[in-house]
Write a protein that binds this ligand. Sequence first.
Ligand SMILES: NC(=O)c1ccc[n+]([C@@H]2O[C@H](COP(=O)([O-])OP(=O)(O)OC[C@H]3O[C@@H](n4cnc5c(N)ncnc54)[C@H](OP(=O)(O)O)[C@@H]3O)[C@@H](O)[C@H]2O)c1
Length: 440
Amino acid sequence: MTAPLKVGLAGLGTVGSSVVHLLASGRDKLVARCGRGIEIVAVCARSRGKQRNVDLKKYRWVADPVDLARDPSIDVLVEVIGGADDPAKSAVETALSCGKSVVTANKALLARHGQRLAALAERHGAALNFEASVGGGVPIIKTLREGLNGDSFTRLYGILNGTCNYILTRMEQDRLAFADCLREAQRLGYAEADPSFDVEGHDTAQKLSILASLAFGTKLDPRAVYVEGIASISLADLDAADELGYRVKLLGVAVKTEGGIEQRVHPTMVPKESAIAQVMGVTNAVTVDAAGLSPITLVGPGAGGMATASAVVSDLADIARGVRNAPFGRPVAAMMATRKAPMQHHEGGYYIRLLARDRPGTAATIARRLAQQKISLESIVQRHGIAPQGPSPSGRSGGPVPVIMITYATSEDAVRRALSAVRRDRVIFGQPQVIRIEKN
Ligand SMILES: NC(=O)c1ccc[n+]([C@@H]2O[C@H](COP(=O)([O-])OP(=O)(O)OC[C@H]3O[C@@H](n4cnc5c(N)ncnc54)[C@H](OP(=O)(O)O)[C@@H]3O)[C@@H](O)[C@H]2O)c1
């Protein structure tokens, strides 16, 4: 039998400690599957004295992740420290430069430095595997890189952040405000003390840039992603969505268009009957559209120690078997520069909720401004009707009346221009709410 694969584990937190558990409990199964064992030989974390729920006595302690990365006794570095900068970055670079393969769960590192790290892996004949970096236990990286390798992708979209999906689910099901659901998510450990990275969409954007690169063969560029978070979503939007046959999800969407690859993260209305609309709570899901193939949706746990560790161990098993895939599915030299499709050229349906001034002529003004931009409406809901004349139905002449509109496919530019004009006309109060619609 081949000698066991020797692992250096950098990081013993939520994911790292679960990797220790999973490698111990799955030892025999892994030997049967890989034809050799996978053994941790050395570990590293920030604080040696910290109480942990794993027994580390058998493993050598190395104080510095970079020293662990170059340790001659290891074949593979597992990096589950996190963060785009050092020590994670220099540890991964060091391991790859020494020809040692790397398994990482670190989306921040990959989104920022993935291109360079893939080149380093290629140059030194090492594997760089990162199944755990997107979708936790959902094998979306393998699906794009290997399972659908022969296919031509047209679009992928997904729920890539469990915190946001939990918040939107609780808002919808329990009729709670965004702030209350966020507090609850923090209490349950689903959201960080500083939740901005998640709720503003940046976590989803990092993951989307990794998936887009795998699907479309482009260089990673998180700056090419248009990002909007979920903080502006209100119960009024969720109610209206429900009434109109939609559900609101924070989606990461990457689409091949004539103008390039459109990458965007924003609250999105999805048809209630779509697979992605059924995904509730902290669960993640990704739908992949490829030419000649019905859409495929993968659903599963997007985070949590054991789910994420399962992806890490699966990556280790590949390395133990001698499988070496190009990190982003093709040689680095064949990865194309990202041609960013500008967001103002985005085309699709839109949900618009605005507070119209209840006075004669308002409806006609809004209709005219939409028509000037060639926007046609699929539906319009006026909560109290706008009075053509006479007393206001809201009881206050000129008072606010909610109006909800769903447009047929139009461009982002057209919607923005029409709404700016309507604001200048002073027939609405405040900023209209706009949510893009993604059809299946
Ligand atoms: N948690 C999840 O569900 C999940 C899901 C998917 C992907 N990920 C990714 O997995 C990675 C790890 O996440 P996690 O949740 O396990 O993080 P975590 O619980 O915060 O653990 C981080 C580990 O890194 C160690 N560490 C931090 N700074 C260090 C340093 N300077 N030198 C050596 N060790 C250091 C910490 O040491 P101490 O223990 O001594 O503090 C800790 O053991 C991140 O990239 C994350 O994005 C996590």
